[in-house]
Design a protein around this ligand. Sequence first.
Ligand SMILES: CC(C)(COP(=O)(O)OP(=O)(O)OC[C@H]1O[C@@H](n2cnc3c(N)ncnc32)[C@H](O)[C@@H]1OP(=O)(O)O)[C@@H](O)C(=O)NCCC(=O)NCCS
Length: 164
Amino acid sequence: MNNTNHDSRKTVEDCRVDMVQLVQPEDANPLGVAFGGKVVQWMDIAAAIAATRHARRPVVTASIDHLSFLAPINIGDFVNIRAAVNYVGRTSMEVGVSIESENPITGVKNRTTRGYLTFVALDDQGKPMPIPPVIPETEQEKERYEEAKRRRELKLQWRQEELI
Ligand SMILES: CC(C)(COP(=O)(O)OP(=O)(O)OC[C@H]1O[C@@H](n2cnc3c(N)ncnc32)[C@H](O)[C@@H]1OP(=O)(O)O)[C@@H](O)C(=O)NCCC(=O)NCCS
């Protein structure tokens, strides 16, 4: 992996993030499962790291474009968080995040959460700064690239129409 700011080619794999958290009692809601806001915090951090690895610049979260809570996560579970840059525009990039719970004793894993976030890279003046394109290599990465591109087009259209 080449880590300079001037890389013109970066693969998805170069910047992928795999993080593990443990759900502590203070992370839980009154139902005894992980609080949604805490899960979003973990997502945002993993996604920001992937975006920063790609841009090698400071980045800000511009939007959380989609978030699905598919299943609850119990106190004591491991939380496996995976983030990858799906698509890069000019200064912004979409990062996809997928989360699975893992029972520490049985090892049973369950997909619990997925989301898409958009980050913008900033220059030294805090203004959006152009970043290198991302190179999808596998079939799955290529599919995600095309899907993210389509989401970006739709989002730009919705923003123009002031729907979001
Ligand atoms: C995100 C931010 C830098 C965009 O600045 P801006 O002056 O509106 O930038 P521009 O209009 O030139 O757009 C720059 C890029 O951001 C994207 N963008 C801007 N607003 C966006 C939004 N709400 N959602 C998704 N993308 C957005 C644009 O599509 C553009 O992408 P591209 O260069 O790949 O085509 C600015 O709105 C900001 O600083 N927001 C606050 C961020 C923040 O505090 N986050 C929470 C803490 S990290």
